[in-house]
Design a protein around this ligand. Structure first.
Ligand code: FAD
Length: 486
């Protein structure tokens, strides 16, 4: 391959993808030891993977801004380009005379073939092209059961991988990144021109209030969690009305922090959390690993029932009910509070995610793929593995799934996990004055109570769109059908 060299041949290109950080970034560290560094982020116009949803697109804008600032301060400004990486990267090699191209691995099977092909092409051209680990604590294709296959049950998976999770201490950020010796002919595109932020309407106000995208925001959240909020995690993590979980999921999804950094920070933290809090938290991080293990080994996970018995499930198409669910207008306060939290902040508490997912797939009998798609678009932590695996887990069609016949009662779930209604009140202002006794079952409140609370059922808050007992019987009967047919 002919090159018009503008460097001394020691330039390394670092292709950023979903690893928008400078610390614990093995690809960047390897490049910094090479010589001059050219960091690039490509807005892939022909990606084989699903495009990011709206909430993650908003996040990406801010995260790239922060990453660009960090790289600039280390000495190597971030180049932004749009197009096909399989063309852009070789063009950059040619323009810089780079001897190496590095990136951190992504495990979405829809990316893997394209990444492997590009790596092979670059190596064939005589370059040092290498990929590095970081997004996960384990390599999903390497970890195998004794029988040589992949894990489909969480507990043995976790037993197999937990002993190794501290074996790769996180890397620091490079001290400095030597810039290219000569000006590059290829100009960076302007981030503002990519149109990643919503306009007309700008729905991002609640997300701006809730989040600080970027590596520093991730680190600050981790430190605050370990120092101030982790105590009692094992029990409090299920209570949506208290701020008792880390909120690290969107930072992990965009690679602003790595699981290795989290595990290491926990190991050295000066925290009042008990050993059961720490172990519970590690196990939750383990669920993310398990989800990726499943997706890497079952590429159809986001679209296809893992358990093919569900292919015959009689899902109901009901646009009105789907919209009521999406807008948080089902008449069940815990469901509606969750869906409104999601819309406002781009995030929803895990317990409530399970309740709303159960309500959609069991009470409304709407296909889990509809719910997965809505979450994909609206979650700032939307993640191809955790989202698909969790939806299938709740729907009953997944690996190691909750049994289909376990149907959450949204009233009892609300009363158990949000007993004083703090979560509902925070997300449904129209129920703000409802007494706790009726907050999860407003339709049972006497007229005088409704009047005093300013609640007009069917006017400013809906009646339940479906009766719990009737919905439960219908779902169980449908499940029996596919069981009998199997
Ligand atoms: P913490 O309790 O602080 O946990 C720490 C980290 O562990 C999280 O950041 C996350 O990376 C991981 N984790 C925790 N619980 C789970 C879990 N059940 N499955 C996988 N990883 C977990 N998580 C996503 O990151 N992206 C998604 O798209 C996503 N979709 C979901 C859809 C449904 C229907 C359900 C039931 C769960 C989904 N989850 C998803 C998992 C979980 O709800 C979130 O990871 C969690 O609520 C994030 O909040 P946190 O960071 O405060 O969690």
């Amino acid at each position: 391959m002919e090159r018009t060299t503008t460097s001394d041949g020691d330039t390394a290109i670092v292709w950023f993808r979903n690893d928008l950080r400078v610390s614990d970034n093995a690809a960047l560290m390897a490049a910094s030891r090479h010589g001059a560094v050219l960091p690039v982020f490509i807005r892939e116009t022909n990606s084989p993977a699903r495009p990011l949803g709206a909430a993650r697109t908003w996040w990406l804008h801010h995260s790239l801004e922060r990453l660009a600032e960090k790289l600039e301060s280390l000495g190597a400004p971030l180049l932004l380009l749009s197009g096909d990486p399989a063309r852009i990267i070789p063009d950059l090699v040619q323009a810089t005379g780079a001897a190496a191209v590095y990136w951190n691995r992504r495990y979405d099977p829809r990316h893997q073939a394209a990444d492997a092909a590009l790596k092979a092409q670059l190596q064939a051209d005589g370059l040092s092209a290498e990929s590095f680990a970081g997004q996960l604590l384990h390599e999903p294709m390497r970890l195998k059961t004794g029988g040589g296959t992949y894990y489909k049950v969480y507990s043995p998976f976790w037993r197999a991988m937990e002993p190794d999770i501290e074996k790769r201490p996180p890397l620091p950020a490079p001290d400095a990144l030597p810039p290219l010796p000569a000006k590059l002919d290829i100009a960076s595109e302007a981030l503002a021109g990519w149109g990643l932020l919503p306009v007309a309407p700008d729905w991002s106000g609640g997300m701006n209030e809730a989040w600080t995208p970027g590596e520093d925001g991730a680190r600050a959240r981790l430190v605050d969690f370990l120092e101030n909020r982790m105590q009692g995690y094992a029990e409090r993590r299920d209570i949506p009305g208290v701020d008792a979980t880390s909120g690290l999921s969107p930072h992990l999804a965009s690679g602003e922090i790595t699981p290795a950094q989290i595990i290491e920070a926990m190991r050295v933290a000066d925290t009042d959390a008990s050993s059961s809090d720490l172990s519970k938290f590690r196990k939750e991080v383990g669920w993310r690993e398990f989800s990726w293990h499943l997706l890497a080994n079952d590429p159809g996970l986001p679209d296809r029932n893992h358990n093919s018995r569900f292919d015959a499930f009689p899902w109901i198409r009901n646009e009105t009910a789907l919209q009521a669910w999406q807008k948080g207008l089902t008449g069940y306060p815990i469901v509606d509070a969750g869906m409104r939290e999601l819309w406002r902040t781009g995030w929803m508490h895990n317990r409530v995610r399970m309740v709303v997912a159960s309500f959609l797939t069991k009470h409304l009998m709407i296909d889990w793929r509809e719910g997965e798609a809505w979450f994909w678009d609206t979650l700032v932590d939307a993640d191809p593995a955790s989202n698909a695996a969790s939806w299938q887990w709740v729907a009953g069609s997944g690996a190691d799934a909750a049994p289909y016949f376990r149907i959450f009662n949204p009233v009892l779930q609300g009363e158990k996990f949000d007993p004083d209604g703090a979560y509902v009140r925070a997300n449904l202002p129209e129920l703000g004055k409802m007494p706790s006794r009726f907050i999860h079952r407003p339709w049972e409140a006497p007229d005088s109570v409704l009047l005093a609370a300013g609640v007009r059922l069917g006017k400013n808050y809906p009646e339940p769109i479906i009766d719990h007992q009737a919905a439960r019987q219908r779902a169980l009967a449908a499940y029996q059908q596919i069981k009998d047919a199997a």
